[in-house]
Design a protein around this ligand. Sequence first.
Ligand SMILES: *Cc1c(COP(=O)(O)O)cnc(C)c1O
Length: 368
Amino acid sequence: MTRPFNFSAGPAALPEEVLQQAASEMLDWHGSGMSVMEMSHRGKEFISIYEHAEADFRELMAVPQNFKILFMQGGGLAENAIVPLNLSRGGAADFVVTGSWSNKSQKEARKYCDVQIAATNEGSQHTSIPAPGSWQLRGDASYVHVCTNETIDGLEFHDLPDLKALGCDAPLVIDFSSHVASRAVDWSRVGLAFGGAQKNLGPAGVTLVVVREDLLGHALAICPSAFNYKTVADSGSMYNTPPTYSIYIAGLTFQWLKRQQEGDASGIAAIEKRNIAKARLLYDAIDNSALYFNPVSQDCRSRMNVPFFLRDASRNEAFLAGAKARELLQLKGHKSVGGMRASLYNAMPLAGVQALVRYLQEFEQQHA
Ligand SMILES: *Cc1c(COP(=O)(O)O)cnc(C)c1O
């Protein structure tokens, strides 16, 4: 069976090999007689699944030993509250607003701390990233929040900001929900990273948090125990029942990522290389057309989420119907911005982007 190419922004396509393996293990995981869904989270079977998932992510992403990897619940939106509850100490926190998600984050954090917008790209309608040198960072900020891939607006930080080089000692918090594991991370620049799994790792329900150990243990008294990073870290993410099946699928995805090869590159380096090639192919097709456009500056275009617009929006419905007929699914843009969006997460093969580009060209010829 060949499956359609699914460009959903999230929950998004998973590698077919992962789905096949999960299907084959659904009724009986490794001779245990149980589905992973039916296991105690404290039994040896699930503990081994959990430990492998954590170790594989650490190896894959080269996470240093002084960072904890937590598997939590609540998604990226809950982290918008959980981060200030744990890190702000009720004081100051600086936010860089580059699109819808970072804007949501700063609004939520206002409930718990003194929020300042250090920089915003509102003036450019969220099409460029303000140069880090221009950010207004406060000396007493407890952390600086950046969304490193704006899923709706299609902006990505191709390099993480180096706060130390800007004279700022505050830890950098990154929301990497929609490009986690799509490329390497320079952990020397990061204090905490969080991301929901449903874009690039697995099913909805598990949220990955990677946090430097020295940031643990400073939660506000009102912080719910299940959301206190130290409590979660001390209990190996088992303070309460973790989202076991989602962790299992994320673990299979980590193993799939470790197997990836592109030329001499393997693992994350391989997937990053492929992601760069996929994004280039699609952006080139958009830029070389008279019918479609993408408004984002070249230097910060997202490799994962490619919003594009038809110059004549009255053709949107025809475009989507034709795409569906060619088994190119979920290309409709986010309701807040309209147009189209193609999400090219790790599980999207180059062949899927090639099929989309052929369709873009065909549709343009028909409507020239
Ligand atoms: C999807 C997304 C979120 C929200 O995740 P939920 O799991 O729905 O809470 C947060 N940040 C970014 C960048 C996202 O792409």
